[in-house]
Ligand binder design. Structure first.
Ligand code: SF4
Ligand code: SF4
Length: 417
């Protein structure tokens, strides 16, 4: 205990020196380092020596305390990954921050959490660094910064602007209301126009995500991935393994009670999204491979997949928004809430407008419903690389790194592995 307190106080003195821009007590009089963006490291680059930001310094401080305590070692992958390190550089901190999924368990279990003088709050410290990684690795960087500052407003403005543009296009082409068209979307927007619009937006989104995750991976790359490591990481990501709190009872949300609802709503959201994506892929196959044109009957594969996905994508985001509103203020970063809610609302609106379109596809307002739905979907794809969805990608990459790393010998031999 005395050793831990001494360590904690030393870490505290380092972080205070950093925060105030003073020299470290043992740094030989060098001034504290200032914030710099993450550098994209090439294949042959030397180990990263970038200065830490204030938020990264805080994560390094709490990790040094946790490294001495280790009470939470079984909670998630963050703690065993931590025990493989004695020092925490920028790349390590970005990796650990994305390995954390903010379940809150280690805050409610911690004897050094506020109001204790050590003020250890791992989920909040990790959340702040995690949000910075979305901006640091984003491409183009300006869009990442814009989304970080105005996530909710930007999401709604993009969806509203694009929907309005398409509604005006429909209006100018002949009016918002029309004779029923039996669900023939291509009578409103020709197939090639839709394919071009969504091809460009989807291509941009995938390119931006690809550049971001490549930058993230190169900064934390642990070596080659074996088949077993890839399979384990995929299994953990798809099952949201660590959202069970490490003991199967779930995360903490509003207080120190465990709940599995966060995991369930994440599953509804993720698999709802994937079913909707599968519906689009199957419909594309029908069109190009089988020569069958939309609209498809209700009991066809694209409509059944889309309907099931749409219902999941209503339940999941609605539940996540409810949990987000009720969330304990110390568990996360309050500045991140607009970004989280912007993404959740866009997912919900994508599903709500899609199901409304399905219900009204035989009516006289189909063109209006179609224009609104397409605007929301385009806004969702345009903002995917800069917010919560990017976390899903970076987190999966962090899980893969952990699966690779844990198979390598631990030179420190201090942890339970
Ligand atoms: S969060 Fe608290 S209890 Fe858990 S390892 Fe860190 S210092 Fe120990
Ligand atoms: S908040 Fe949850 S996932 Fe994050 S470090 Fe703590 S126990 Fe692990």
């Amino acid at each position: 205990m005395k050793q831990l307190e001494a360590l904690a106080r030393e870490a505290q003195s380092f972080s205070q020196a950093d925060a105030q821009g003073h020299a470290h007590p043992q740094s030989g009089g060098q001034p504290a380092m200032t914030e710099q963006p993450v550098r994209w490291m090439g294949k042959n680059a030397k180990p990263q020596a970038d200065a830490l930001t204030g938020d990264e310094t805080e994560v390094a401080r709490v990790m040094q305390i946790c490294n001495a305590c280790r009470y939470c070692e079984g909670f998630c992958a963050v703690f065993p990954a931590m025990t493989r390190r004695l020092e925490f550089g920028k790349a390590d901190l970005n990796y650990l921050a994305n390995l954390c999924h903010n379940c809150g368990a280690c805050l409610h279990a911690c004897q050094y959490a506020p109001p204790h003088e050590f003020a250890v709050n791992v989920p909040q410290a990790m959340a702040k660094v995690r949000m910075q990684t979305y901006t640091d690795y984003a491409w183009p960087a300006a869009l990442g910064t814009l989304y970080k500052r105005n996530g909710l407003a930007l999401s709604l403005a993009t969806a509203g602007g694009l929907a309005l543009f398409l509604v005006l296009a429909v209006l100018m082409a002949g009016g918002l209301f029309h004779e029923p068209m039996a669900g023939n979307f291509y009578a409103v927007f020709p197939h090639n126009t839709l394919a071009l619009m969504f091809g460009v937006v989807f291509g941009f989104s995938m390119l931006a995500l690809g550049v971001g995750v490549t930058r993230f991976w190169r900064n934390v790359s642990p070596g080659a991935a074996s088949g077993a490591a890839v399979a384990e990481a995929a299994h953990d990501a798809l099952r949201l393994r660590y959202l069970d709190g490490g003991h199967g009872k779930g995360c903490n949300n509003a207080d120190d009670a465990f709940t599995l609802w966060r995991r369930r709503f994440h599953h509804f959201t993720f698999y709802g999204f994937m079913l909707c994506f599968a519906a689009t892929c199957v419909a594309t196959g029908y069109h190009y491979l089988l020569g069958q044109q939309a609209p498809y009957p209700f009991f066809s594969a694209p409509v059944l997949l889309g309907t099931a996905g749409g219902i999941g994508l209503l339940i999941g985001p609605a539940g996540l928004l409810w949990l987000n509103i009720k969330r304990h203020p110390q568990q996360g970063d309050a500045a991140q809430k607009p970004m989280d809610r912007g993404f959740i609302l866009l997912l919900f609106l994508t599903s709500a407008t899609g199901l409304a379109l399905l219900a009204g596809r035989d009516g006289s307002a189909m063109a209006l419903l179609l224009a609104i739905h397409l605007g929301v979907v385009m806004a969702l794809f345009l903002t995917l690389p800069y917010g919560k969805f990017a976390h899903g990608i970076y987190r999966s990459a962090a899980l893969l790194k952990w699966s690779i790393e844990k198979r390598q010998p631990n030179k420190l031999q201090l942890g339970s592995d």
